[in-house]
Ligand binder design. Structure first.
Ligand code: ZN
Length: 197
């Protein structure tokens, strides 16, 4: 989303306008059509400064009429519109400023929330790498082997255990016995491989 923002981590205490690149590129192509990069060809020469936002590829713009010398209660992107399209901006509504607070407390809360949401998922994934394959998985694998044959089973088995340290099926080993050596995660991978076949 394009919008006005304050984010101390990336921009210090400056008010910036974060343009949605694709949107503004589209406006420029439609209304100017010079074929050049709108940022370099118009925004920078018009006095706007590009402030990179870390290494995210996003950036903020500051400049005359957009973030400088403006009434912050009455923000519009008209100045940028005029620079990028060559036509007067017609934005009649005002935009608010999105403030991203990055105080240590807020950052800690964000981290905790992230851990709460993704922690269990990470844990389950880690567990699946050590837990043995389930009965249900083994049963399903048995029916799949019957369908696809041992050769296919071996090929997919090799893919599924790659990098896990689980040994391949030995020449006279039954497929069911080999499957019992699988972890839950490897079994899942093997099933996916065999079903997709
Ligand atoms: Zn142009």
């Amino acid at each position: 989303m394009s919008g006005f923002a304050r984010d101390t981590k990336y921009y210090g205490d400056r008010l910036v306008y974060e343009p949605l690149e694709s949107k503004w590129r589209g406006y420029h192509a439609q209304h100017c059509g010079c074929g050049q990069d709108w940022l370099e060809a118009h925004a920078v020469p018009a006095g706007f400064t590009v402030i990179p936002r870390g290494r995210t590829g996003y950036y903020g713009l500051v400049g005359p009429g957009l973030t400088e010398g403006v009434d912050e209660e009455k923000l519009t992107a008209n100045a940028l519109w005029e620079a990028a399209t060559g036509k007067p901006g017609a934005q009649t509504w005002y935009e608010s400023v999105r403030v991203t607070c990055r105080s240590p407390e807020v950052e800690a809360a964000r981290k905790a929330e992230n851990e709460r949401v993704y922690g269990p998922r990470r844990e389950r994934a880690a567990q699946a790498k050590t837990e043995p394959a389930t009965e249900a998985q083994l049963k399903y694998l048995a029916t799949l082997v019957e369908k696809v044959g041992k050769e296919r089973f071996d090929a997919e088995f090799a893919k599924a255990v790659k990098g896990t340290g689980i040994e391949l099926r030995r020449p006279r080993e039954r497929t069911a016995t080999a499957a019992k050596r699988l972890t839950k995660a490897a079994a899942r991978k093997l099933i996916t491989g065999l079903v997709g076949y």
